[in-house]
Design a binder for this molecule. Structure first.
Ligand SMILES: [Zn+2]
Length: 363
């Protein structure tokens, strides 16, 4: 939904002004939803982007404050606002600073992934992306039911965000969506079926909602369940190029990986072993990476070029966990188990139950 700007025009200039106001409207709050793709529904929504930007600013400010507490005043570094140098008026700066202060006070210490309050807030802001207000004072159906002080904070920060940041954030989000869309269109259904098969379950019915945002969490992407929703940063360097497809399917896999967790727990209990932290998550990283690599490699081979046109030759595709050094940071043992016992299952040479049982017994 578009927020109309009040632009005063003389009759002579009316035509020009109308044109100008339309182009300004087009970049104010025109949320974008890609609904033509299979498997995922990709959104670039105003409020959820504002929310994550304020959260990011608040976290940075809090981190800078705690660093400063251990330094002398002369060496203290003030957290640089994402709006620094953009030429805000005093009133705009105050509205933004008040919002960041509210987020610092109420949310900066809470995790976006593990705090019910923040999960519900994110989902609500996604649901109300087509509203240009959240209180329902103009249109009843735009009453998001948020606490009054939070509504006030978001509505006061909204014009500042809309003017100075939203156009570039929305553009980055749309660019990210357009970049990943061809592969999702071409490979999405096959990938979802293959992954569901591996985890011995069904891919979730209906399309998974993905909110593309300038800033997500520390990991660059996260997924919450009930309802299953994915949040991905369009600016995070880890989510670019063909790796965007892997991030998308890794996050989507969070909705279907429960049978793996259950099987690992069952095997551990049978053997009286402690349940290994994160083995299931390492398995999900490994599996998505291998499945995506296989798909991209076979695409490149059939295209005879070896390059999908996005700058990374598919036959040298480096999976996320290798690229980001996840196995080096405490998962080395898991990688050995996955290569030895899980890979044969992916190759059709072992059963699911055997693969899990062998991994657990070798822990
Ligand atoms: Zn994950």
């Amino acid at each position: 939904m578009v927020r109309l700007l009040r632009i005063h025009c003389s009759w002579l200039l009316l035509g020009i002004c109308l044109l100008t106001s339309q182009s300004v409207e087009a970049r104010t709050q025109a949320n974008y939803t890609e609904t033509q793709l299979p498997v995922f529904e990709l959104h670039s929504g105003f409020w959820i982007n504002l929310h994550h930007t304020l959260y990011q600013e608040a976290r940075q400010r809090k981190a800078a404050t705690s660093r400063d507490a251990g330094t002398t005043k002369s060496t203290a570094v003030v957290a640089k606002s994402v709006l620094a140098g953009k030429g805000l008026t005093g009133a705009e700066q105050k509205a933004w600073d008040d919002a960041v202060a509210f987020y610092t006070e109420n949310y900066a210490d809470k995790d976006l992934l593990f705090t019910t309050e923040l999960i519900q807030l994110k989902d609500q802001l996604g649901d109300f992306e087509d509203c240009d207000e959240l209180s329902g004072r103009k249109r009843k159906f735009c009453d998001a039911g948020l606490p009054a002080n939070l509504t006030q904070v978001l509505e006061a920060a909204a014009p500042v965000y809309r003017r100075f940041l939203w156009p570039e954030h929305d553009k980055a989000n749309r660019r990210w969506i357009l970049q990943v869309a061809p592969l999702v269109r071409e490979k999405g259904v096959g990938l979802s079926e293959r992954l569901a098969d591996i985890y011995q379950t069904r891919w979730p019915q209906g399309k998974i909602r993905v909110d593309v945002v300038a800033y997500a969490n520390w990991a660059g992407a996260y997924t919450t369940v009930d309802p299953l929703r994915v949040t991905i940063s369009s600016l995070d360097s880890r989510n670019q190029g063909p790796q965007a497809l892997e991030v998308l399917f890794h996050e989507g896999s969070h909705g279907i990986a429960e049978p793996v967790q259950r099987a690992i727990i069952r095997e551990c209990r049978q053997r009286d072993k402690p349940i290994p932290r994160d083995l299931w998550h390492a398995l999900v990283f490994y599996t998505t990476g291998e499945v995506i690599r296989t798909v991209l490699t076979s695409s490149a081979a059939s295209a005879k070029g070896g390059d999908r046109g996005d700058g990374v030759p598919a036959n040298s595709y480096n999976t996320y966990a290798f690229r980001e050094g996840l196995y080096e940071r405490g998962w080395k043992n898991y990688l050995e188990l996955l290569q030895r016992f899980w890979q044969p299952y992916l190759d059709g040479k072992a059963t699911f139950d055997d693969a899990i049982a062998r991994m657990v017994s070798s822990l």
